[in-house]
Design a protein around this ligand. Structure first.
Ligand code: MOS
Length: 783
């Protein structure tokens, strides 16, 4: 049946899609009706758990004195490695990993032995009737950890660097390459060599991670968990517990952000489930803000050395990248910075090497465009250096290296509108008025500078299921076990479903966030919108086929005895392609047939690049593919333009003007999409200018694990950001041509800021975040 063509080759049928619909969940959120994972307080006998953590980063638990804590009112249990029930399996074994799935980022499970590997590691769980009782008793509990000297980071003299062979960033030797990069660099007439560092960063969503575990029977569990993926969490917990998947239900109706830290499965969720088992009551655990810094991963502290070789005309000849970063004692996690370096510009020779050091930290994880964000800071800063060295305009040098095919695979792009992004961004910003010389523009005491950078992010298509149920009275329920991070998933999928069914959006209810719904992937890797929209579309096709079969067999239908292939679906109506006046509405057909409802089920169809993650073993990094089955490379692209004002006496930097232009395929909703790009650019500016977690080099403990000392941008830090989208139609990425825009605006942002600082001051800052002390240090040096 040819409904796919019918729906997509006639764009006017997209009525709701593309409209700036306000959030369908907005009212629930502002009235407080939206229930977050920690708010299921109605459960009978709900009790509260508090985690006691180790201040020591390395050592052994040598004594536990629970006598005082035990006597406190309301205390129900004090659980340590000595008495906490053991999970059936852990991800520490290969067999466990297969049962638990790839979503476990940290394979180590605390509270299984007396060993302490990182500061903030749970050493006890105190359960009481109220939160306050649990907190108080936890304060009275004495757990002694006898310390040993920890390794704090890759910079620690005790750290041993190793090459994570075979991991995503690397081949068996820990290296990715094409051509002879070292020789090409050595022979290049223009060269840029520079080292960039990136501080440890933490996600800091407004909503802390929280888990409520409710054993409804000895072998039946419901978990309310702040997770980006209920299907992943269900699979993982069932693996840990040795239970069939259908006996574990995970519910996440609303999320207050995640930025990657709620993507993987972390120990606190498993520990809460085990605690609930031990006490025989539903248990709630909400991580404290300081615990958010040691429980759900972070962006790893890292150093990148990048060498660019080019012709005098600025055409790249060689690109060599080396990355060194800190990881945990068990997991070889490294975000893949070189993925974007290998594909962004035409360059015949490329080599990337990754090195890791094991430290006494927990496992780092996906955070806000993992890989692309720090990678683009290095690449786009060095491209700016090359532009100045050769006296070429920064936009021009990027156009000279424009890749018409993906240089890392040789494949054609499914679509690429980067030139349009540069052009439109430059126009909106007024780039043509730029003074080509740096350090010359002043406004009073401020030095003013302009910079730009390229953005890109892969289209991480994924598979997932959806169910669409249409009622004869003209409303519909659409179901996917998706999650909405707060970015608009509820809204955009409602729009897609409305158009599939020929209904107004307010006649469609989109249900998500429950693992009993059709299984899907996480909201992460910028793949939610494309994945969920495509699976809803596929489910709608199934529905259309059922209705068409009903119509052609129904003697009373105008389509009686028509060939299904001759029938098209147009705005909730079945009609003959050759004679559109001959047909009928879905509702008329259903009513005549006495059907109250019809259901369609679908699995989104995508390219071969990405495995669902529900079926594969553990991954140590984001291994999403970027190729469809038809041999296309699939990426979103964009361009950022930035103006800064630098106070040369105080070293303060303010972003005073900003333009982001993004080409991300079909934009399902320009209002929520614009908000996502504003959010992305804001996160990028945060990483550029303020975000850093400081790990004490001797104690390997964070010194600023709170929102007073870990600075995230607030309204006063961010100017009015100008955001535009390029109208882009991509026939390959997925059924709706959606590329995903969750992360692209983070990419290149820090470089655009740094390039503007260089233009303002003549000083290049290569150490993130670019704080006032670093500006002053640079200003004290000769240019
Ligand atoms: Mo994102 S860092 O893929 O949740």
């Amino acid at each position: 049946m040819d409904t796919e063509t019918a729906f997509f080759e006639t764009p006017p049928q997209l009525v709701a899609v593309g409209q700036p619909l306000s959030r369908v969940d907005g009212r629930a959120k502002v009235t407080g009706a939206a229930k977050y994972s920690a708010e299921y307080n109605h459960l009978p006998g709900l009790v509260h758990a508090v985690v006691k953590t180790s201040d020591v980063a390395k050592g052994r638990v040598t004594s536990i004195d629970a006598s005082a804590a035990q006597r406190e009112p309301g205390v129900l249990a004090i659980l340590t490695h000595q008495n906490l029930p053991k999970p059936a399996k852990t991800a520490e074994t290969k067999e466990g990993q297969e049962a638990i799935g790839m979503a476990v980022q940290m394979t180590f499970m605390p509270l299984q032995s007396d060993q302490v590997f990182y500061a903030g590691q749970p050493v006890a769980i105190v359960v009481a009737d109220t939160l306050e009782h649990a907190q108080h008793a936890a304060a009275k509990l004495r757990v002694t950890v006898t310390p040993e000297a920890p390794v704090a980071s890759y910079q620690d003299p005790k750290a041993k660097l190793f090459n994570p062979g075979g991991k995503p960033d690397a081949d068996a030797e820990g290296t990715k390459r094409r051509g002879k990069a070292a020789a090409a660099f050595a022979a290049a007439p223009a060269q840029v060599t520079a080292t960039y560092t990136h501080a440890t960063n933490h996600h800091n969503p407004m909503e802390p991670s929280a888990t409520i575990a409710h054993w409804e029977a000895a072998d039946r569990l419901t978990v309310y968990d702040a997770t980006q993926g209920v299907s992943w969490q269900q699979r993982a917990l069932s693996g840990y517990l040795g239970l069939p998947q259908d006996q574990v239900r995970v519910i996440t109706k609303y999320l207050g952000g995640g930025f990657g830290c709620k993507g993987p499965i972390w120990p606190h969720s498993v520990l809460t489930v085990l605690t609930a088992k031990a006490v025989g009551r539903p248990v709630k655990l909400v991580l404290t803000r300081p615990q958010m810094f040691t429980s759900v991963g972070h962006r790893e502290d890292q150093e990148q050395t990048l060498r660019l070789g080019a012709t005098k005309e600025g055409k790249l000849l060689a690109l060599l990248h080396e990355k060194t970063s800190t990881t945990s004692q068990w997991d070889d996690y490294a975000e893949s910075n070189s993925k974007m370096m290998g594909m962004l510009y035409q360059c015949p020779a490329f080599e990337a090497t990754t090195k890791l050091a094991r430290a006494n930290v927990m496992t780092p994880t996906w955070m806000r465009a993992p890989g692309e964000a720090p990678g683009s800071f290095a690449l786009e800063s060095s491209m700016d250096d090359l532009a100045y060295q050769l006296g070429i305009d920064p936009v021009q040098i990027r156009l000279r290296n424009y890749a018409d095919k993906d240089p890392s695979t040789g494949k054609p792009w499914s679509s690429k509108s980067l030139k349009e992004c540069y052009e439109r961004g430059a126009e909106l910003f007024g780039w043509s008025k730029r003074n080509p010389k740096n350090g010359l523009t002043r406004d009073g005491k401020y030095l003013v500078g302009w910079g730009m950078a390229t953005a890109t992010y892969p289209v991480n298509n994924s598979q997932g299921n959806a169910r669409v149920r249409l009622y004869a009275d003209g409303h519909a329920v659409v179901q996917v076990a998706a999650t909405d991070l707060g970015t608009g998933t509820y809204t955009v999928i409602t729009q897609v479903a409305a158009d599939c069914l020929g209904l107004a959006p307010d006649k469609v209810r989109f249900e998500l966030g429950d693992s009993v719904l059709p299984t899907t992937n996480i909201s992460g890797g910028s793949m939610g919108a494309g994945t969920f929209a495509s699976s809803v579309y596929t489910a709608a096709q199934d529905l259309w086929q059922k209705l068409t079969k009903m119509a052609v067999m129904d003697a009373k239908s105008p389509l009686f005895r028509a060939k299904p292939a001759d029938v098209a679906v147009v705005k909730g109506r079945l009609q003959l392609k050759a004679n559109p006046s001959k047909g009928e509405e879905f509702a008329a057909l259903m009513k005549r047939g006495n059907m109250t409802d019809v259901e369609g089920f679908g699995q989104g169809k995508y390219g071969a690049g990405y495995e669902t993650g529900l079926a594969t073993g553990p991954a140590k990094s984001d291994d999403a593919g970027k190729e469809d089955g038809g041999g296309h490379a699939m990426h979103a692209f964009g361009a950022h333009f930035c103006e800064v004002r630098v106070d040369p006496e105080l070293g303060t930097i303010r972003v005073t003007k900003w333009v982001s232009v993004v080409a991300g395929g079909r934009i399902l909703n320009p209002k929520t999409a614009r908000s996502q790009v504003i959010g992305g650019a804001t996160m990028g500016i945060g990483a550029a200018l303020m975000e850093q977690t400081v790990r004490d080099p001797n104690l390997a403990r964070y010194t600023n694990a709170n929102l007073a000392d870990y600075h995230v941008p607030v309204n006063a830090d961010i100017p009015d950001l100008t955001v535009e989208f390029i109208d882009e139609h991509d026939p390959y990425v997925n059924a709706l041509g959606v590329k995903g825009i969750g992360e692209i605006a983070i990419v290149g942002t820090a470089a655009a800021v740094g390039n503007a600082i260089f233009h303002a001051t003549g000083r290049r800052l290569r150490d993130l975040p670019m704080t006032p002390n670093k500006v002053l240090a640079a200003m004290s040096q000769p240019v």
